[in-house]
Design a protein around this ligand. Structure first.
Ligand code: FES
Length: 123
């Protein structure tokens, strides 16, 4: 079996929603101290719905694929639903990650939670 699923490779090669959202009203940045990877998440929330989302990830391929998939999973969802997104759900949507790469999906969950915290602190 290949180490990485086709979905991981697809989101790594063609990440969705990459970039900066100038009019974001929730921004979160998290990092993993061990590997040094950093993820930044921008949310544009209107009427409690994630209208738009973009990310910048300076990290490994699994972190890029995880952030890409995470943005797809929360786009158009309510703030409450986005808050419930777990790293496990991200990894499952990618058809799995190797065990030692699960922490990369944790970064995606944390980045979204951090951006939502920022949104709540502004409102
Ligand atoms: Fe650190 Fe993937 S190796 S996020």
């Amino acid at each position: 079996m290949a180490l990485y699923s086709e979905k991981v490779m697809d989101h790594f090669r063609n990440p969705r929603n990459v970039g900066v959202l100038e009019d974001a009203n929730g921004v979160g940045e998290v990092g993993n101290a061990k590997c040094g990877d950093i993820m930044k998440m921008y949310l544009k929330i209107e009427n409690n719905i994630i209208e738009d989302v973009k990310f910048e990830t300076f990290g490994c391929g699994s972190a890029i694929a995880s952030s890409s998939m995470a943005t797809e999973l929360i786009k158009g969802k309510s703030v409450d639903d986005a808050m419930k997104l777990t790293n496990k759900a991200v990894a499952e949507a990618l058809d799995g990650l190797p065990d030692y790469k699960m922490h990369c999906s944790v970064l995606a969950e944390e980045a979204i939670k951090s951006a939502l915290d920022d949104y709540h602190s502004r409102n």
